[in-house]
Design a protein around this ligand. Structure first.
Ligand SMILES: Nc1nc2c(c(=O)[nH]1)N[C@@H](CN(C=O)c1ccc(C(=O)N[C@@H](CCC(=O)O)C(=O)O)cc1)CN2
Length: 286
C-alpha cells in the first residue's frame, strides 16, 4: 500500500487563483492590498520563505513591502520598523519572520504589532480571540493543515489527532483550531517531555509532525491508514529533511510531501489573511 498524497502545492494554487480574483475586485474599488515582511538576519531558510511570500504576492496582485534588516539590528531598530508598518496606509498586513536572532525579544515585538495588521494571526490578541472562538486572522500553517485535510476528505470530527511540537506557529495553535466545534477532533499535543511518543502516534488517525527533528516519525509509529502531515523542515547537507521518514508512505493512508505539502499552504493562507483584512477595511469604508 502507498499513501495518497496530500498535494499542498496544487491546493495552494487553487486558493491563490481565488485570491487573485478577490484582489482584482478590490483594485476595481481603488484598494490594493499590501503585505509587509520584516526579516532580520541571514538565516537561509527565512530568506527562502520570505522570497517565496513576495513571489506569491506578485502572482495574485498584492503589493510587496520588504523590510530586511541586518543580523545585528537592535530591538529599538526593529521596533521602529514595526511602528512604521503599523502607520503605513499601503500596508494592509505584515509579518515578522521567525525565528528572530536570539538577542531580540520576540514576544515584545509581536505585541507591538497592530493586531488589525497581524497577517500571521500570532499576535496575543488574535490568539486570544482564537481561544475564545471569536473571529480573527488564523495562524497560517494550522489553517493550511485544516484546509488540506478538508480538501482530501480526511475527517476530523471525532478523530484522534496527535500533534508533535508545541511551538506557537504550528502545534499549540493547531490544537486550538482542531478542537473548535467545526473540526471537533480530540487533540493530544506531544513535545520533548512526552514519555512514549510512539504509544501516542500509533493510536492517532491523524499525525502532524512539527518538531523539526529529521525523520522523527517512522513507519512503525503510525497506524495503518492514518493521515500524516509533515511540517518539520531541517536542512541536511543542503537538502530538505522533514520530520517524517520515507517508510511512513508504506503505512499511512494520506501523506503530505515535503517540500510541496504544508509549506505552500502556509504561504497561501498568509495571502488569504491579507486579502481578508483588505476586504474588512473596504467594508468599513462603505
Ligand atoms: N512569521 C512566521 N514565521 C515563520 C512561520 C510563519 O508561519 N510565520 N512558519 C515557518 C516558516 N514558514 C513561514 O514563514 C514557511 C515554511 C515553509 C514554506 C515553504 O513554502 N516551503 C516549501 C519549500 C521551500 C524550500 O525550503 O525550498 C515547501 O514546503 O514546499 C513557506 C513558509 C517558520 N517561521
Amino acid at each position: 500500500m502507498s499513501a495518497q498524497i496530500l498535494d499542498g502545492k496544487a491546493t495552494a494554487a487553487r486558493i491563490k487563483a481565488d485570491l487573485a480574483e478577490r484582489v482584482a475586485a478590490l483594485k476595481e474599488r481603488g484598494i490594493t492590498p499590501g503585505l509587509g515582511t520584516v526579516l532580520v538576519g541571514d538565516d537561509p531558510g527565512s530568506q527562502i520563505y520570505v522570497a517565496g511570500k513576495h513571489r506569491d504576492c506578485a502572482e495574485v496582485g498584492i503589493a510587496s513591502i520588504r523590510r530586511d534588516m541586518p543580523d545585528n539590528a537592535t530591538q529599538a531598530e526593529v521596533e521602529e520598523v514595526i511602528d512604521e508598518l503599523n502607520a503605513s496606509p499601503e500596508c494592509t498586513g505584515y509579518i515578522v519572520q521567525l525565528p528572530l536572532p536570539r538577542h531580540l525579544d520576540t514576544q515584545a515585538l509581536l505585541e507591538r504589532m497592530d493586531p488589525a495588521k497581524d497577517a500571521d494571526g500570532l499576535h496575543p490578541v488574535n490568539l486570544g480571540r482564537l481561544v475564545h472562538m471569536v473571529d480573527a486572522p488564523l495562524p497560517c500553517t494550522p489553517h493550511g493543515i485544516v484546509l488540506l485535510l478538508q480538501e482530501y476528505g480526511v475527517p476530523t470530527k471525532g478523530a484522534e489527532v496527535v500533534v508533535v511540537g508545541r511551538g506557537i506557529t504550528v502545534g499549540r495553535s493547531l490544537g486550538l483550531l482542531l478542537t473548535r466545534r467545526s473540526e471537533n477532533a480530540t487533540v493530544t499535543l506531544c513535545h520533548t517531555g512526552t514519555q512514549d511518543l510512539a504509544a501516542h502516534t500509533r493510536r492517532a488517525d491523524i499525525v502532524v509532525a512539527a518538531a523539526g527533528v529529521p525523520h522523527l516519525i517512522t513507519g512503525d509509529m503510525v497506524k495503518p491508514g492514518a493521515a500524516v502531515l509533515d511540517v518539520g523542515v531541517s536542512r541536511v547537507e543542503g537538502k530538505i529533511a522533514g520530520d517524517v521518514a520515507p517508510d511512513v508512505a508504506e503505512v499511512a493512508g494520506f501523506l503530505t510531501p515535503n517540500p510541496g505539502g504544508v509549506g505552500p499552504m502556509t504561504r497561501a493562507l498568509l495571502l488569504a489573511n491579507v486579502v481578508e483584512a483588505a476586504e474588512r477595511q473596504a467594508a468599513a469604508r462603505g
